[in-house]
Design a binder for this molecule. Structure first.
Ligand code: PHE
Length: 340
């Protein structure tokens, strides 16, 4: 038995050397010193020895038990310290490590275009003036020379809040608001949202954006309008862009025109964007109808003016090569983040 004890002791020493974790140590402790452990089994086997050998052998086993317990406690301290160190190292947060940047918000293409136009027109002496989207019929239609039975007032096109209040169908009511509150010379632009009861498709939306322009002064002529719009076009698209006036009709301007710009996608050669014409329509304009001047308290015998209304979606789609207007209203950050 003494020899068995020595062998057991040597085996345990070897195992203690090769332990890799405190879990392995615990398993070893149970296997040797536990209730059903090897050393415990030896103590139980003492009864089988001749009585005179029992005390010495018992003492030997107990000494060995104490020694092994101490050796295992040592090993435990060593292993646990190593494990704690490893945990600390693996859990350390390196506060100096560069992180991927969070996704940043970006300005909406309509905002970008709006700011660009504001920049361009303020450079020419225009002042920004804003007004309500929920507008009186009086400003939206009446003062714009759209009498009660005019087809453009058809309920199909206009969102009526009640008989007298509409969601503005264009930024032109700002012309009336400006003329009624200011004295010539007037030189303003009015960017903002407008509403029409249109079905949503690639080129229509019930809400879209316009920028109104109005100049009222003595001796304002159509050539001033043309010069202003040409300067705007070249500022926005570079010196090679051309503008073209096509005769048109608006009740609040006379004469009226629609203005096309050289298609920037094909430089006027004709492509899908301009439907083969080489031109893209971007705004309506004209000389302020003298009736409108008079209705808004400006003496049409002395003053004249011009006005224009630019469609911002058209410009943004042209600028960013967007074929479907819906993309401008869906707010998909993956698309919007690409456009600067
Ligand atoms: N208000 C017109 C529209 O919405 C555009 C326009 C503005 C035309 C000013 C002429 C003068 O279509």
């Amino acid at each position: 038995m003494e020899q068995n004890l020595r062998q057991l002791s040597q085996r345990v020493e070897r195992e203690l050397e090769s332990l890799k974790s405190s879990a392995e140590l615990e398993a070893l402790r149970v296997r040797i010193l536990g209730k059903k452990g090897e050393l415990t089994a030896m103590l139980k086997a003492l009864g089988g020895l001749p009585p005179q050998e029992r005390p010495r052998m018992g003492a030997l086993i107990n000494d060995e038990r104490q020694r092994l317990t101490a050796r295992m406690d040592e090993a435990q301290a060593r292993l646990q310290a190593a494990e704690r160190l490893a945990a600390i190292q693996s859990e350390t947060i390196d506060v100096t490590e560069p992180r991927p940047l969070p996704r940043m918000g970006s300005e909406h293409p309509i905002t970008l275009v709006m700011n660009e136009l504001i920049d361009c027109f303020s450079g020419m002496g225009f002042e920004v003036m804003e007004g309500p989207e929920v507008e009186l019929d009086h400003y939206n239609f009446e003062l714009m020379n759209l009498p009660k039975n005019h087809p453009a007032r058809d309920a199909q096109d206009t969102f009526y809040m009640d008989d007298n209040i509409v969601l503005r169908t264009h930024t032109s009511p700002m012309q009336a608001r400006a003329m009624l509150t200011r004295k010539p010379p007037i030189r303003i632009i009015c960017p903002g949202r407008v509403y029409r009861a249109d079905e949503v498709d690639a080129t229509h939306s019930p809400v879209f954006h316009q920028m109104e322009g109005l100049v009222v002064d003595e001796h304002v002529r159509m050539s001033d309008l043309r010069g202003t719009l040409e300067a705007f076009a070249k500022k926005l698209y570079g010196p090679t862009v051309e503008i073209r006036f096509r005769p048109s009709f608006f009740p609040f301007t006379e004469p009226s025109a629609e203005v096309d710009l050289t298609c920037t996608a094909c430089h006027g050669k004709g492509c899908g964007v301009c439907k083969g014409t080489g031109w893209v329509e971007v705004l309506g304009c004209g000389m302020v109808n003298p009736k409108v001047l008079d209705m808004c308290g400006i003496d049409s015998a002395r003053y004249s003016g011009f006005a224009f209304g630019i469609g911002l979606e058209r410009i943004a789609m042209k600028r960013y090569g967007i074929r479907d207007m819906r993309l401008l209203f869906e707010g998909d950050a993956r698309l919007l983040g690409q456009l600067r």
